[in-house]
Design a binder for this molecule. Structure first.
Ligand SMILES: Nc1ncnc2c1ncn2[C@@H]1O[C@H](COP(=O)(O)OP(=O)(O)OP(=O)(O)O)[C@@H](O)[C@H]1O
Ligand SMILES: [Mg+2]
Length: 370
């Protein structure tokens, strides 16, 4: 699939942007603070209903005032469709082919994988970043996973409230077992989703790795569920392992007032040639690994959609050296992926070994150079 046209108005500094894209590579270039990331943010918003920079929707609306409007036309195997996101004061509308839809029905239409500076935190930051990486990937494939996550979060909050009430002597413990049962079932659904996704993603890492690391570096990705099993655990055993952990830690959980094990403590380890990248990876290794993981995500999503998702990358030059940028551009080109990338160094793009549409971004407006 590919995005044929993007329009954005009053999203941050963007002013009545209307840009026709083609199915290959588009490079957005321009000086700092001109609106390149904001254009990518518009595309991200169309695909996911969210921003990659903020959770606060009102930050996206131009300081001079709204309404903010982003719209796009895309081509997919079902034909041509449109998406739009409109923020007018506190009211937000998500429109697909003109129909105003709830969030969960809106998302997942435009298949997209993004790589932005913020995402480097996936490998550098705390485990919550890696859980989010997994969850975003799963939601991209099946938006109903949002509900599964929400159920688990809610049951855990209720169990935690009960633990605190028990610590305060306000209630007896016989309710806890019922909550443990519910928690374990909801946790099992989160666990299965993450495990399955991590395994599938790990299976897609080989090809991008071989391309990005012709000298043979090997990247491995391992899901680390909580509670950790002392041996390789069969997925069907998970619920009973978690239940046993809850029972064993009951007194401690009551003392702390929260649930110490479960999917909210999951992690993912990413190793390069056996070295944990989070702890020991160089900046370049971490960036390269992130690109490889994103390409694996792209391949995984492509398999699911049965067509090519689009790839969006910010600060194209800062995340990659020239050699790897060229490899990535060729990978996307030969794979037939539409890619929209931003850079503040136009000359970096001019040296890429593939044809591209060159778009200048200045003061919130765009002009096509070639
Ligand atoms: N809500 C807003 N309303 C108006 N302008 C905003 C808003 N939020 C951010 N800006 C401004 O929009 C401009 C464009 O920001 P953007 O991040 O898109 O720039 P960029 O071209 O990606 O720059 P860089 O090369 O530094 O990454 C910035 O000058 C920023 O201060
Ligand atoms: Mg930027």
């Amino acid at each position: 699939m590919w995005l044929r046209k993007i329009e954005a108005d009053r999203l941050r500094n963007l002013k009545a942007v209307s840009l026709d894209l083609d199915a290959g590579l588009t490079v957005l270039s321009g000086r700092n603070g001109q609106g390149k990331s904001s254009i990518l943010e518009s595309i991200y918003l169309l695909a996911t209903g969210r921003s990659f920079r903020t959770r606060k929707q009102d930050e996206l609306v131009a300081w001079s005032g709204g309404p903010m409007r982003v719209a796009g036309d895309y081509q997919w195997r079902g034909g041509r469709s449109s998406l739009a996101v409109i923020q007018d004061g506190p009211a937000r509308a998500l429109l697909a082919d003109g129909l105003d839809l709830p969030f969960e029905e809106y998302i997942g239409r435009l298949g997209m994988v993004d790589l932005t500076a913020e995402r480097m935190q996936v490998l550098r930051g705390g485990p919550e970043e890696r859980r989010r990486f997994l969850d975003r990937g799963i939601v991209g494939l099946s938006p109903s996973f949002l509900r599964i996550l929400g159920e688990y979060r809610q049951i855990r909050a209720q169990r935690n409230a009960l633990l605190r009430a028990m610590a305060g002597g306000r209630t007896r413990s016989n309710q806890l077992e019922a909550w443990d049962q519910r928690l374990v079932q909801a946790a099992g659904r989160v666990h299965r989703g993450r495990r399955e996704y991590a395994v599938l993603l790990a299976g897609k890492l080989g090809e991008p790795c071989r391309r990005l690391y012709p000298d043979g570096a090997e990247l491995t990705l391992r899901y680390q569920p909580s509670p950790a099993a002392s041996r390789e655990m069969d997925p069907s055993e998970y619920e009973s392992v978690l239940l046993a952990a809850l029972e064993k830690n009951r007194e401690r959980d009551i003392g702390l007032g929260f649930t110490a094990s479960g999917p909210h403590r999951d992690d993912l380890t990413v190793e390069m040639d056996g070295t944990d990248l989070r702890k020991f990876g160089s900046a370049g290794q971490v960036r390269g690994a992130m690109v490889a993981m994103k390409l694996a995500k792209l391949a995984r999503l492509q398999e699911d959609l049965e067509e090519s998702p689009i790839f969006v990358m910010d600060d194209f030059d800062s995340d990659l050296d020239e050699e790897r940028a060229a490899i990535l551009a060729k990978y996307l080109h030969t794979g037939g992926f539409q890619a929209i990338v931003a850079t503040s160094k136009e000359e970096f793009a001019l040296r890429l070994p593939v044809p591209f549409r060159n778009v200048k971004v200045a003061d919130g407006t765009v002009s096509v150079i070639a």
